[in-house]
Design a binder for this molecule. Structure first.
Ligand SMILES: Nc1ncnc2c1ncn2[C@@H]1O[C@H](COP(=O)(O)OP(=O)(O)OP(=O)(O)O)[C@@H](O)[C@H]1O
Length: 297
């Protein structure tokens, strides 16, 4: 077993004269989920497509289980893209059979049946009759039931309802606990916060933050809430004490301090479009509250 079944090192990619990835480094260990976050067009899918050998990098090194995907076809990875195009005239079962046959080893039939049940999919229907969410379920079942220990999931829950999204979260946890290395690109920050052991944030093709949620605490800051005066504030960690003193001096009550969620971090980080690093800025009052209520980046 390699230390890192997924290794991306100094990856750059140009489309024509435009550089869309710039020295991207990212690793995923066995038994971990790596959350890959970034705004639209930041370079997540391009990174993943390079990693899987679907497009050629301009420079950099890519390894999947120590194999170079630019030179060798990679079989031991299950990939779920965000936009699923499937054979419209086949049934769900026939597509699952076809996808399983593309791998050197067949999928786990017991797990396949279990996941069909858990995702509440009717696999006897033709793909053309499926909704977007049901097509997504087919890809997820195929990936989770595959006999592989590397999963690359690119915005995999788009189109799933909240109950099925929870099923997805549960199964990702199970596969992680079985030792799979999972790269999860997602716009759903609560999902990443629940699942990810490590996180990388990409912006304009460059990784701007990387580490465990705990390590990212320095940019997460805290949320301070108080009544009288009405206060709802994301604040940098270092100025908590002066802020509290100020609130107490003003006669505030019901003061609560909680770690900012990943969602708050992400919004704080991008709110001015500059990557407001270090949580040095402040998100004030209702603005922070409204932003905190959004569930997607
Ligand atoms: N084949 C291509 N030719 C030219 N430019 C491309 C091509 N594919 C992607 N790009 C550009 O590369 C940049 C990164 O795109 P990418 O799809 O990787 O972003 P993303 O982070 O996955 O975005 P989203 O969250 O919207 O899916 C974008 O500016 C996009 O327009």
């Amino acid at each position: 077993m390699n230390a890192y079944p997924i290794e991306i090192s100094q990856l750059s990619k140009d489309f024509g004269k435009t550089r869309v990835l710039n020295n991207v480094n990212l690793t995923v260990a066995h038994g971990t989920v790596h959350g890959f976050l970034g705004p639209n067009g930041a370079g997540k899918s391009t990174t993943i497509r390079c990693l899987l050998g679907l497009i050629h990098p301009t420079t950099g090194t890519l390894r999947i289980n120590n194999t170079d995907p630019t030179k060798t076809t990679i079989h031991n990875v299950a990939y779920v893209p965000g936009d699923v195009e499937l054979f419209p005239n086949l049934t769900g079962n026939q597509v699952l059979d076809t996808l399983a046959k593309l791998r050197p080893t067949s999928d786990n039939k017991k797990k396949r049946a279990e996941y069909i049940e858990r995702f509440k999919l009717d696999p006897t229907k033709k793909i053309r009759t499926y909704s977007k969410g049901n097509r997504q379920k087919v890809m997820l079942i195929a990936a989770f039931a595959a006999n592989v220990d590397i999963l690359v999931l690119d915005e995999p829950t788009s189109g799933l309802d909240p109950l099925i999204e929870q099923t997805f979260i549960n199964i990702v946890r199970e596969r992680r606990n079985e030792g799979a290395a999972i790269l999860l690109s997602s716009h759903i920050l609560s999902e990443v916060q629940e699942l990810a052991d490590d996180i990388s944030i990409i912006r304009n093709g460059t990784i701007v933050e990387s580490g465990s949620l705990k390590q990212l605490a320095h940019i997460r800051g805290v949320r301070i809430r108080a009544t009288n005066p009405d206060y709802d504030h994301i604040h940098e960690q270092d100025s908590v004490n002066p802020t509290l003193q100020h609130l107490i001096d003003q006669g505030a009550s019901n003061i609560t301090i909680t770690p900012a969620s990943l969602e708050e971090l992400f919004l704080e980080f991008y709110q001015d479009g500059q990557g407001n690093q270090g949580g040095q800025g402040q998100t004030h009052g209702n603005q922070g509250q409204q932003q905190g209520g959004a569930s997607r980046a």
